[in-house]
Design a protein around this ligand. Sequence first.
Ligand SMILES: Nc1ncnc2c1ncn2[C@@H]1O[C@H](COP(=O)(O)OP(=O)(O)OP(=O)(O)O)[C@@H](O)[C@H]1O
Length: 234
Amino acid sequence: MIELNNVKKSYGSTKALQCVSLTLETGKIIGIAGENGSGKSTLLKSLAGVSPIDSGSILIDGKPVSRKDAERIAYLPDADMFYPYFTVGQMFAYYRSQFADFNEVKAKEVLDFLEVPLSSKMKTLSKGMRGRAKMAATLGRESRYYLMDEPFSGLDPMVRGDLVKGLLRFTDLERQTLILSTHEIREVETLLDELVLLKGGNVLAHRQLDDIRDETGQDTVEWMTKGTKAGAAG
Ligand SMILES: Nc1ncnc2c1ncn2[C@@H]1O[C@H](COP(=O)(O)OP(=O)(O)OP(=O)(O)O)[C@@H](O)[C@H]1O
């Protein structure tokens, strides 16, 4: 379980997270949505322990998050963080050297499923193929938590569809939790159990997808759009 209590994080005078309190249960697929600049990436970086918070607390399975948590949380950043001249195989070797939980057999299985050759160089891959390779590396880790920042960004709907299938096939929700930020809510709403909607560094709403449909009679995108405009999603 992930628990955030009164989490604040600023960059200079910009308040990226104003006062965030959230409880995220394990075994769920959770979407983080919100307008540009609403704090999605900052929230994921804080959860992954790669960006320290200013105040408040983040507990993962009861333990405060720190930089060391890169070892227990599989974080897929928005930006490319690989040497461009690496092949996919070399990227996997790098993962193996960095993360004790990296299961290369599983990573290769995901790569095969997503139809990316192991010998291809990262810099020569298209954005979509690079996105698949990065996802294979992330899902290759046997972590309890996968945090993915905009894994579908800039990809065409066919590629998005393949990645969604990969996520479902290679995440074991008996023991793992998947948290992903996205602008492409329509493509992933069938995948999500819960949605956290951010605005201006605050949590505007945190709802089960089923409740949104049943209680409001709206689809998720409609609910989000109205909620963001009104400042409080109902
Ligand atoms: N390293 C940084 N230095 C200064 N300001 C930053 C930095 N990172 C983020 N910010 C600011 O913090 C706020 C939240 O940014 P963040 O990237 O978390 O939002 P986001 O919801 O992920 O946005 P997007 O959808 O555009 O990716 C924004 O105002 C952004 O400009």
